[in-house]
Design a binder for this molecule. Sequence first.
Ligand code: ZN
Length: 214
Amino acid sequence: MTALIGPALLAALRTLLPRACPGCSAQLGPQPGLCPACHAALRPQVQAHSPLRPRPEPHLVTLGPYSGVRRRAVRELKFAQARDLAALLGGALASGVPAEWDVQAVVPVPLHPARQRQRGFNQAELLGRALAGALAVPCVPALTRTRATAQQARRHGAQREDLRGAFRAHEGFLPTGAVLLVDDVLTTGFTALACQDALLQAGAAQVYVAVVAR
Ligand SMILES: [Zn+2]
């Protein structure tokens, strides 16, 4: 349906039609995003283990595994440009970012320009803006994709090689201090790792990561 009527119209329709909660299908009524029960189930946690660190160290904030309400919310965000959901998810993530990380800016993982033209928006950027707003820091487009990466490589080997050097960070956008890299989902971690490498190379003091689910 998205391809037929376009993402902008779909986003507009979402705000007009009676909606079901993407988490549990309960009728939503006037409140945006998720029903209160699903919203309450979004609890941020800080994790110390991921492919982004050679040794365990708190560096990743997530709302939990890619299942249930998180999985359905991410899918809704991706396919319907659900800004109300982005605000809820971004707000929940922001409440879990430890103050001692002293994050100075939020950096969304970019889509390849061709993919962004096709979809009309970048869900990581929607999340990033919401997160940045809640943390009262800027959301900066510091990363660009230098080339398209193979879709199929997502699930198969060679993905890490495919992503090496696929991102470039622009130091003019980077603040002094730590940045928070934002994406919807962390699976193998190779994308986030390639982004982290690019940000560190461009002079970021520290890179923390926030994802809705992993
Ligand atoms: Zn619900």
